[in-house]
Design a protein. Structure first.
Length: 284
């Protein structure tokens, strides 16, 4: 398998002081579906930003497609060719869709990326048409992105990335704020892209989707280090790990793969209201 990303002892600190990542060593191979999970502030988004070469390690080395990525190297004139290669191969879907959307219509929004690649106009039209159909957003083509619902914006954001046909998709908290139907659509889309051989890396703290969109989970600790890196099923069934990573609280029960929360005060609350439940059974 070809290695897409290779991080060797990577650390990152904001303004040289605030640690966001510490001593991160990991490899992501072509065609893998990986979840990066951890509580807010654990470094998930920072790790994704490094994978997308939006920021560069404060220390350690980051290789993408077997090329060392540094601020100096990536920005030099001689690296322009690799920069173009990297930008067409790797697509990033931001958590906040408004960061990603700036054109006056959905059609222009999706066409923007291919136009930057100097593709012939007919090829651009054909790509935009295909992605509008695939994402089932054809009816939005003439709408202004800022008038769309949260779920529609998310679809358009993903379309602006997929239209370039990247090999690698990086997604930051993609299910945040989505209604259940759009969330299901997103899971099915990521499964389909995975089957098509795309490499997909998703930063999330939504435990309900992890098993559906990844077979490997990297758990970030609150100390900004990798706590564990193993298959998603065993991560999701490791209650102590999830508890110590602040991904669940102690009144959370894991039922199979899904996480359910129960009010332990349920019985007492009812009794207090004069509705005593005699012999009430909880099937955990």
């Amino acid at each position: 398998m070809a290695t897409i990303f290779d991080l060797r002892d990577v650390s990152y600190s904001y303004v040289g002081k605030i640690d966001a990542l510490k001593d991160i060593t990991l490899k992501i191979e072509r065609g893998e579906q990986v979840s990066i999970i951890g509580s807010n502030g654990s470094g998930k988004s920072t790790l994704l930003a490094i994978l997308d070469a939006l920021i560069y390690p404060s220390s350690g080395e980051f290789y993408a497609f077997e090329n060392l990525i540094t601020e100096d190297g990536f920005d030099s004139i001689s690296d322009n060719e690799f920069r173009s290669y990297f930008r067409t191969k790797v697509g990033f879907v931001f958590q906040n869709s408004d960061v990603q959307l700036f054109s006056s219509t959905v059609y222009e929004e999706i066409a923007f990326g291919p136009l930057q690649l100097d593709l012939p106009p007919e090829e651009v039209k054909s790509r935009v048409k295909d992605v509008l159909e695939m994402m089932e957003i054809g009816k939005l083509r003439d709408r202004s992105p800022h008038t769309l619902s949260g779920g529609e914006k998310k679809k358009v954001s993903i379309a602006t990335v997929l239209v370039n046909n990247p090999d690698v998709l990086l997604l930051d908290e993609p299910s945040a704020g989505l209604d259940p139907r759009t969330q299901l659509w997103l899971m099915e889309l990521l499964q389909e892209l995975g089957r098509a051989g795309k490499t997909i890396v998703t930063a999330t703290h939504d435990l309900e989707i992890i098993d559906h969109i990844s077979n490997r989970s990297i758990v970030m600790g609150e100390d900004h280090r990798i706590k564990i890196d193993r298959d998603s099923k065993s991560v999701l069934s490791d209650y102590e790990l999830l508890l110590s990573s602040n991904l669940v609280h102690e009144h959370t029960h894991l039922h199979g793969k899904l996480v359910h929360e129960h009010m332990h005060a349920h019985g007492q609350a009812h009794q207090a209201h004069g509705h005593a439940h005699i012999g009430e059974q909880h099937n955990h």
